[in-house]
Ligand binder design. Structure first.
Ligand code: ADP
Length: 234
C-alpha cells in the first residue's frame, strides 16, 4: 500500500495516477484528485489535456498504468469493484446521443430502473416524476431521436438522476446547447443535493455551478482555485 493513511470523507480519491493510450505519450501524468461528499468541483483545461480520459478512468472504462483509484472508500482493483462503484456514479456523457438509445423518452429514463429490478409500473412512475422535476412534463412518449439537442441533454440528465447516484460526473455538459438550456442546467445543478465533478472549457459555467475549479495541464492538475477567483490569465 502506497499510502499509510486515508480520509473517510473522500468519495473519489486518485493517487498518483498515470495513463497512456497504446502507442501514445503519457496522457495522465501522476494525477492526484479528491472529491468529498457533497463537493462540487470543476475541471478545466485546454483540448487534449486529459479531461475526458480522467472521467473515463473514474468510470473504470480505462485502467491506470500506475497509481491508485479509490471510490467510496474502496480500492478499485478490478472490473468487479468498478461495477459496484458505477452504481453510485452518475455519468453524463458529453454527447447525449451516447446516452439515449430507446425509441421513447420514458423508455430511456426507465431503463436503468428496470435493470435494477424495479417493476415496470414503479419504473414508469419514477421516470414521470423525474421528467416533471426537470420541467419535461408530457415528454414521456416523445420520440427520443426527434428531440432538440437541448431536450436530449435534459433527458440524458433525467436518465442519470433518476438512478439517484451519490456523485454526478458531467463531461462538457454545455456543448452545443443554447443559452436557455445552459441556464436550465445551471439552475438544475445548483438545486441538486449531490456532489459532482463537471468538466467544461467554459469557466463562466463552472463559476456558476462549482465551488472549486481544478486547472488541468498536460495530464496533471496544475492548481486549484475557488471558482469566484478563477479567471483567464493575462
Ligand atoms: P480533453 O478531454 O482534455 O480534450 P482527452 O482526454 O480527450 O483530452 O485526450 C487527451 C489525449 O489523449 C489527447 O492527446 C488525445 O488525442 C488522446 N486520446 C484521447 N482518447 C484517445 C483514444 N481513445 N485513443 C488514443 N488517444 C486518445
Amino acid at each position: 500500500e502506497s499510502n499509510a493513511f486515508q480520509c473517510d470523507e473522500f468519495l473519489i480519491d486518485l493517487e498518483n495516477v498515470s495513463f497512456s493510450y497504446p502507442g501514445q505519450g503519457q496522457v495522465l501524468n501522476g494525477l492526484n484528485f479528491q472529491l468529498r461528499k457533497g463537493e462540487r468541483l470543476g475541471l478545466i483545461g485546454p483540448n487534449g489535456s486529459g479531461k475526458s480520459t480522467f472521467m473515463h478512468l473514474l468510470m473504470g472504462l480505462i485502467k491506470p498504468d500506475s497509481g491508485s483509484v479509490r471510490l467510496f472508500g474502496q480500492p478499485m482493483e478490478g472490473e468487479k469493484d468498478f461495477k459496484q462503484a458505477r452504481k453510485r456514479l452518475g455519468f453524463v456523457f458529453q454527447n447525449a446521443d451516447d446516452q439515449l438509445f430507446s425509441p421513447t423518452v420514458v423508455e430511456d429514463v426507465a431503463f436503468g430502473l428496470l435493470n435494477n429490478g424495479k417493476t415496470p409500473k414503479e419504473a414508469v412512475a419514477l421516470s414521470k416524476k423525474m421528467l416533471q422535476a426537470l420541467d419535461l412534463d408530457g415528454f414521456e412518449d416523445r420520440i427520443t431521436y426527434k428531440l432538440s439537442g437541448g431536450e436530449k441533454k435534459l433527458v440524458s440528465l433525467a436518465t442519470v438522476l433518476v438512478m439517484e447516484p451519490d456523485v454526478l460526473l458531467l463531461d462538457e455538459p454545455t456543448t452545443g446547447l443554447d443559452e436557455q438550456t445552459v441556464r436550465r442546467i445551471v439552475d438544475l445543478l445548483n438545486d441538486l443535493d449531490m456532489g459532482y465533478v463537471v468538466v467544461s472549457h467554459e469557466f463562466d459555467f463552472l463559476a456558476k455551478t462549482t465551488r472549486d475549479i481544478f486547472a488541468m495541464k498536460n495530464g496533471q492538475i496544475r492548481f486549484q482555485c475557488t471558482s469566484d477567483k478563477f479567471k483567464p490569465a493575462g
